[in-house]
Design a protein. Sequence first.
Length: 481
Amino acid sequence: MKLTIFSRLVLGYLIIFILVVAANVYVIYQLRQFNTWTQSILSVDNRVLDIHKKLTDTLLSQIEYEKKYIIMNDQALLKNFLKSRDEFAVHLGTIHSLVDSDEDVHILQRITQLHNEYLSLFSEEASLLKTNEQYPHVRFKEEKEKILDEITVMLRQLKDNTQLHTYEKIRNIAESGEKSRDLAMVIIATSLVFGVAISIVITQNITKPLLIVKSKIRKIAKGDFEKNVQVSSPPEMKELAEALNSMCDRLKEVDKMKSDFFSLMSHELRTPLTSIKEGTNLLCEQFGGEISVKQERILSIIAEESNRLIELVNSLLDISKIEAGMMMYHFTYVDLVPLIQNAITGMLPLSASKNVSIKKNMCQLPHIKVDTEKILQVLRNLIGNAVKFTPDGGLVTVLAEPVEAGVKVSVIDTGPGIDSKYLATIFDKFSQATLTKSNKLKGSGVGLAIVKHIIKDHGGTVWAESEVGHGSTFTFVLPVS
Ligand code: ADP
């Protein structure tokens, strides 16, 4: 199941929230435990110790009154003894309701039993005392002392046990305090790590497809309309990728329609244009009869403009062919030097008419595998542009040298230069950087696009370097294969 960005965010934060709640629940549980133990110390152990003291006091009072009564036989003393006995019994009952350990219950039962034995001994002795006869009071005394000693021992043990319980509870509080501190720290650290991990995963889930889409949009801007964006999740991004792919389809269709249109139009235009050119030439050569100087001037303008149109149509045909992948290449191993020379010679009439000199500086070059016609086209275009854009009295220099990557050819001019903002797009179709509406230099803007395609199809690279007012340098490197 592919989760949407929204569900991923909700799920991620829910997990962090659950972890934080779990940590809090644990801490609350521990605090309740502390509370229970503290309450137990305050309401049980402290009270047991308090009543223990009262028990000891009332026991001592009983012993004191009982001893005095045996000596003085005074009813007031007996009354006091009975009062202490009752108080002792009440305290014993209270303490019984507080203790819960088996050992303590057993101790209390034993104290009750011993106290009862002590009381029955006392009442037996009291009865004998009333008869005023002789009785073995030493034996009574010894037996009572023995019982009271044991009660004292039992009471001490009860006190020790209670104190031990208190220490145990305090130790428990300290131990579980440490444990819960450790566990809370572990949970907090886990939540933190988990939180960061979840954030990274969710962000990556969103940014990764976004980067794919971004790079595709950049490619579309450069004319790559292949629909190849593959994003399977999250669903929102998948939809975006699908929309982008269908946009590519549509763009491809439109681009093909445009190329087809150019190709058709170029074909349809070339034949009549060639006829116009040939006819004009014949008329100029006076095949159709004598013509006046004025007529000759008009005819030569028509011939020149037909030539420009034929060149434009040829360029458009070339670019359509290249874009349709139908450009054919015939590769042979050649020396570029004569090719360059040939291209320069072809440009001499134009350069002479513009008073632009062409200088060359060529080293010996290795033979490379090229389609001579196409490379001539490249050279003519670059040198032609250089001459075209260089003003009267300027200089065009053609350099050729072997480099590590192959053969490097540069065409340098002293023309107006190209603004840096156009340098990146200068090789795109119909891009004309230097021309303004008022500029008299006319062109189609496809020459450099053809150059780029041809060099690319030869496995080479081409680029332009320029600074406004300081001329331009167009360079291409062809590999030695
Ligand atoms: P065009 O037929 O317009 O010359 P290109 O594709 O050959 O078409 O050139 C595209 C644009 O590049 C030109 O219109 C011009 O603005 C610029 N350009 C090309 N070469 C030069 C150069 N040597 N100096 C200045 N600008 C140039």
